[in-house]
Write a protein that binds this ligand. Structure first.
Ligand code: APR
Length: 320
């Protein structure tokens, strides 16, 4: 059986990390694409030379030509610019929207059957725009945010409770921005609701609130420390988990920016929800019951996403 083909559009910090992870896991052959000349080719060569040491078989190539992504099974998009300190994800809207246009056309013309995972920010608007520009079915285009946000939430909770991260199942809904909704009522530690375990362990509810807040600004915290860009290890790891769920038809329920039309009272919007990923892409969106407070927090978050979509339509007439 021929190996799967994974195309990475954008070969910067996240793109390079994605390529390394995908190669190590032998997920398939990898094509690194970028507009910067020489850079994807150089990274591909460097990463190929990890093969003999790590013992993986994968052809890794770099390109500036969309023709080379032809027939890709999975496309992961990180093309665009990342945040600098003081910037919000929304500040990237104008520049990254035009990038999504060229990426969407490249995908449409070369690998219209691929499963496409978008990472470029502002995520919920960019994944929507990428879907519009590419014309792919909604179930084949998804955004990576919830896996990362939930991993951040889980990390902070594991530290606070002094437990293994393996036992924390954390849950974040909504847009990938400051209004995201970490949902404590669905967050468990070894099956024990986090708020119950906090009571047992004598951890004050205000500490959980602080962790929720730290999760919301988890990306910004890293931008502030790095100063020259944004997080890349955990974002890449998150997208790889989603790609594996698709390639392995795993039917995992992962929080992702999926297209929601009807559920959660939403009318055709990409936003973070629990979604089933299998061989047909996004196979289902799970509508969980929320408290009134969670519902109103989700509304604030989805309103913010809707505002960004309006801004996109104002910037590019073809989206209106
Ligand atoms: N087509 C293809 N690649 C492009 C294009 C384009 N039109 N425009 C920019 N790029 C490339 C850049 O040349 C760069 O190599 O996208 C790459 C982005 O890499 P980095 O600047 O290292 O950014 P990274 O940290 O990988 O983040 C990428 O993901 O998390 C988000 O906010 C982040 O939107 C940003 C994206």
């Amino acid at each position: 059986m021929a190996r799967k083909k994974i195309a990475l559009i954008g070969s910067g910090m996240i793109g390079g990390t994605l390529a390394h992870l995908a190669a190590k896991k032998e997920m398939g052959d990898i094509v690194l694409f970028d507009i910067a000349e020489g850079m994807p080719q150089g990274k591909a060569l460097d990463l190929s030379q990890c093969g003999p040491i790590e013992g993986f078989d994968a052809n890794i190539s770099g390109t500036n030509d969309y023709a080379d992504i032809a027939g890709a099974d999975v496309v992961i998009v990180t093309a665009g610019v990342p945040r600098k300190p003081g910037m919000s994800r929304d500040d990237l809207l104008g520049i990254n929207l035009s990038v999504m246009k060229s990426v969407g056309e490249g995908i449409k013309n070369n690998c219209p059957d691929a499963f496409v995972i978008c990472i470029t920010n502002p995520l919920d608007a960019m994944v929507w725009a990428l879907r519009e520009f590419s014309g792919l079915p909604h179930n084949k285009v998804v955004g990576m945010a919830g896996v990362l946000d939930s991993a951040r939430f889980a990390t902070f909770l594991a530290w606070e409770f002094g437990v293994s991260v393996k036992d924390v199942n954390a849950f974040v809904l909504g847009g990938h921005g400051d209004t995201m909704v970490p949902v404590t009522s669905y967050t468990t530690i070894s099956g024990i609701p986090v708020n119950d375990l906090a009571k047992i362990k004598g951890i004050d509810a205000s500490r959980i609130d602080e962790i929720v807040q730290r999760t919301r600004s988890g990306g910004g915290e890293i931008v502030g420390l790095l100063k020259t860009g944004s997080a890349y290890y955990a974002p890449a790891t998150s997208a790889i988990a989603m790609a594996e769920a698709y390639l392995g038809d795993q039917k995992r329920i992962l929080p992702c920016a999926a297209y929601v039309d009807g559920k959660y009272g939403l009318d055709g919007l990409y936003v973070g929800v629990p979604a089933v990923i299998g061989a047909n892409g996004i196979e289902d969106v799970v509508e969980i019951e929320l408290s009134d407070e969670e519902k109103s927090n989700l509304k604030v978050s989805t309103d913010a996403v809707e505002e960004l979509l309006e801004a996109c339509k104002g910037l590019d007439n073809s989206l209106a």
